[in-house]
Design a protein around this ligand. Structure first.
Ligand code: ATP
Ligand code: MG
Length: 332
């Protein structure tokens, strides 16, 4: 059986990186895999979240899943805190993963920044919760952006260690699925930094909720260099901002970068940026409209999450029982 699990944190504005690196791939994969998609609100609170805002963004991420074309009949769509097994298995994973493994995680270093002593323990333990999320469903594949590769390696190590420690092949060794032309979309302001929800400058990203004017403005202001667009992919070397915009165009148009440059190479950035704006607006516009329609009907979103949580629980319950029995927790 092939089963995918993946999630998005309700930490702020969903952006083009989340869409191209993750959600859009899920829309395709839902036809090939049994699919479980989660709004990971427990991950979100590893850094401070305003409670009312967390509730709102939990619905907003769900609306984005649906507006992108994820079918709630075919897939399980739910939010993490609604299924207690995530927290329960996370504790066991905390006891399986080693400090040395966790100390190597680059996301923690980036997010904790200089003030590591002030970071929450949850932010440090994040990868153990992520391993629990995936293993609670015995997911065989996890479609994510490139930034999550290291966490998935840790998930495999955790599964392997658990299986070895207890002498039972309880968990599969999960494979990452890192797909498409935009597996790492970079900030529009700095081509060496990942586009992120939690980045303070809104002009660093294109949000799925941005209207056409704002998208145009952000692309116009996106950092570039003075050279025209190259005609070949080699010419993008050492030009991170140009490479990023071409990668975004290629992903949105669903065409190789070579084809984009064959068509648009040689032009000044102003012309390319106009073409990119038109493409982004025509792709994101209809999704934006559907998200707004859904957000005006929160009951519809909540009903989908409730049903999703019941279906997720039905899969997770027996797995957690098996894990408890394996560990030796008395079930009376
Ligand atoms: P945060 O800054 O709060 O961590 P984020 O933008 O990194 O937010 P996540 O919710 O952590 O978003 O990640 C959701 C999914 O989006 C993951 O699969 C992740 O790999 C993917 N993703 C995030 N940023 C990018 C990006 N810039 N390019 C491609 N994929 C991305
Ligand atoms: Mg992230």
């Amino acid at each position: 059986m092939k089963r995918i699990f993946s999630g998005v944190q309700p930490t702020g504005n969903l952006h083009l990186g989340n869409y191209l690196g993750a959600i859009r791939n899920w829309v395709r994969l839902q036809h090939e895999y049994e699919s479980i998609f989660c709004v990971v609100d427990m991950h979100a609170i590893t850094v401070w979240q305003d409670p009312a805002e967390l509730t709102r963004t939990t619905r907003e991420v769900t609306a984005a899943f649906l507006a992108a074309g994820i079918d709630p009949e075919r897939c399980v769509i739910f939010h993490q805190s609604a299924v207690p097994g995530h927290a329960q298995l996370a504790w066991i994973m905390n006891c399986v993963v080693r400090m040395g493994w966790m100390n190597r995680m680059t996301q923690f270093k980036e997010k904790a920044g200089k003030h590591r002593e002030n970071a929450s323990v949850g932010l440090f333990a994040y990868p153990a919760l992520m391993a629990a999320d995936i293993l609670l469903y015995k997911a065989t594949h996890v479609p994510v952006g490139e930034d999550q590769k290291q966490h998935l390696e840790l998930t495999r190590d955790a599964a392997q260690k658990f299986n070895t420690d207890f002498g039972r092949a309880v968990f599969p060794l999960t494979e990452p699925l890192i797909l498409g032309a935009a597996t790492r979309v970079m900030s529009l302001r700095d081509g060496t930094k990942k586009m992120s929800k939690s980045e303070t400058s809104d002009f660093s990203r294109i949000n799925l909720t941005d209207d056409a004017d704002l998208i145009a403005q952000k692309i116009r202001k996106a950092k570039t260099d003075p050279e025209p667009l190259p005609r070949e992919v080699d010419g993008l070397e050492g030009r991170p901002e140009a490479a990023n915009l071409v990668g975004i165009y290629a992903a949105l148009a669903d065409t190789p970068r070579e084809a984009v440059l064959a068509e648009l190479g040689g032009q000044p950035f102003s012309a390319f940026k106009q073409a990119l704006t038109d493409l982004a607006v025509s792709t994101l516009g209809p999704m934006n409209a559907e998200m707004n329609r859904l957000l005006a009907n929160p009951d519809e979103i909540d009903a989908i999450l409730k049903r999703g949580a019941e279906r997720a629980q039905a899969i997770a319950g027996p797995v957690l029982d098996e894990v408890y029995d394996t560990v030796g927790f008395l079930r009376v």
